[in-house]
Design a protein around this ligand. Sequence first.
Ligand SMILES: Nc1ncnc2c1ncn2[C@@H]1O[C@H](COP(=O)(O)OP(=O)(O)OP(=O)(O)O)[C@@H](O)[C@H]1O
Ligand SMILES: [Mg+2]
Length: 276
Amino acid sequence: MKIATVGKGGSGKTTIAGILARIFAERDQHILAIDGDPNPNLALTIGMSREDADRIAYIPSNLMQRIEGPDGIATLQLTHSQDEIMARYSHKAANNVDLIVMGKPADGSAGSGCMCASHRAVRGLITELTNIGEHTITDMEAGLEHLKRGTARNVDLMLIVAEPYYRSLEAAMRTHKLCVELAIPFIRVVANKVRNDEDRLAIESFCTQHGIDIIGVVPLDDAMMEAEREASSPFDFAPESAGVTGIRNLADAIDGLGRSRSKVSRADEAVLPPAS
Ligand SMILES: Nc1ncnc2c1ncn2[C@@H]1O[C@H](COP(=O)(O)OP(=O)(O)OP(=O)(O)O)[C@@H](O)[C@H]1O
Ligand SMILES: [Mg+2]
């Protein structure tokens, strides 16, 4: 499945994306992780050292170009083949996890350079890199910009990471609406940094009220922050912690969704007439 994490700044998108990648990888699934944040830090959460993460070559922002066909109709296409992209720009972030990083355009310091081309490049990667592994996991920038630009249009499962306070939940609701407009097949909330039953019930009642499905609940866990202070992945630093366990349960639920999806598509195939 093509999975992406979205949500308000600091809600835990990168933490969830990076640890999910490691959990699937541990289950012998090959994962392509895409850091779609111009301030990238997915590499560290997956478990790369800071020195290795600093050496990563960002994908060029002109990876998607408008190419005019013989009929005069222009389409956006990747300027490199899938094999070339993987050979030049993917990095082994952990066993079974390849990582591609969007980064900032070479000519733009934070907040200045135009990010349109970079967003297009990420959209191209999500759309075209289809058979790299079992799952593609893209960590998105905070806010709604990438959804408005359609960067995440071809995602199968959108994980909206929400914290148990009103503004975060309101943002999750707005994000959900945009995902519905983009016709993303599976849209689910991950409740993160949940302190107690009261927090969990608050998120559940908000989501029920707005017709939003929750796929996982991850507790607030000091081990996550300690791991960050140690510049280590929580997956390596505290593999049995409550936070990592919550994300393991999330991975189980995603596997369940994947299985139900492939059952549905097999049922669809069964009613199709045989290919001539
Ligand atoms: N379940 C959790 N318990 C405790 N701390 C957490 C949890 N999840 C994430 N954090 C901490 O919250 C902070 C923000 O997490 P993270 O960087 O994953 O968020 P983000 O949504 O990717 O942020 P940004 O919008 O800046 O990209 C980090 O310090 C991280 O360690
Ligand atoms: Mg992040």
